[in-house]
Design a protein around this ligand. Structure first.
Ligand code: BG6
Ligand code: MG
Length: 219
């Protein structure tokens, strides 16, 4: 194992479970378009940008719309999504995440966010985690989507770290690939069968023992 100084977190599905709000908001848009949208279809949108998400929904429904209608739906979906975000608080932080963030801070590690979401900052504010982050790289800062490593390489740059000193926590296959493409250690949060390409996989943060973090830092 290599010596880790910087911990890069994906947001949706790693720090908070916002997939359920994306689902409700996209379902509303899809139904308006006469497209059936199920929880299974929602899985296809994890880690995927807002624009690409709508393209996938249209592909599922085999439907074409004008550019103006496309933009209108994107705006409406985001407004709807934000109405759910508005009600979020610290109780929505996923189990074990806060302890991990505290341990990293106490041990002088750096913490960065590497998310595709353009709503990352309001979400971190709502759940009260802004103060833990030394750098925040989100959907407003990148031009290339995961599995491109851009988002994580920017996180390394902004924390003055080399890629090989960084570890990435991710719940999406494209995110694990982005971490691997960046030359960083990749830790999957979710199912081993799905996140096969990750260096390590845990179901959630309560499964990661302090000894594991110690090993990352002290090797
Ligand atoms: C990712 C989510 O983190 O952000 C995707 O996993 C989402 O589901 C993407 O589409 C973009 O999010 P937002 O908040 O900019 O619409
Ligand atoms: Mg995610």
């Amino acid at each position: 194992m290599r010596k880790i100084r910087t911990y890069i977190f994906d947001l949706d599905g790693v720090i908070v479970d916002t997939a359920k709000y994306h689902y409700l908001a996209w379902k509303n848009s899809a139904n308006q378009l006469g497209i059936e949208f199920t929880k299974e279809s929602n899985e296809l949108l994890k880690g995927v940008s807002r624009i690409r998400s709508l393209e996938i929904i249209l592909e599922l429904g085999n439907k074409k719309i004008s550019d103006a209608e496309f933009d209108r739906i994107l705006n409406e979906k985001n407004k709807n999504y934000l109405s759910y975000i508005e009600k979020m608080d610290a109780s929505e932080i996923l189990p074990g995440v806060l302890d991990a963030l505290k341990w990293i801070k106490e041990n002088d590690g750096k913490i960065a966010l590497g998310s595709a979401s353009k709503n990352a900052k309001p979400i971190l504010e709502k759940v009260g985690l802004m103060e833990y982050f030394d750098a925040i790289v989100d959907g407003n800062d990148v031009s290339k989507a995961k599995p491109d490593p851009e988002v994580f390489l920017l996180g390394a740059e902004q924390t003055h770290s080399k890629p090989e000193e960084c570890v990435v926590f991710e719940d999406a296959i494209a995110g694990i690939q982005a971490a691997n493409n960046a030359g960083m250690l990749s830790i999957g949060i979710g199912e081993k069968e799905v996140l096969k390409e990750a260096d390590y996989v845990f179901q959630n943060f309560t499964e990661i023992e302090i000894e594991f973090f110690e090993k990352l830092e002290n090797n």
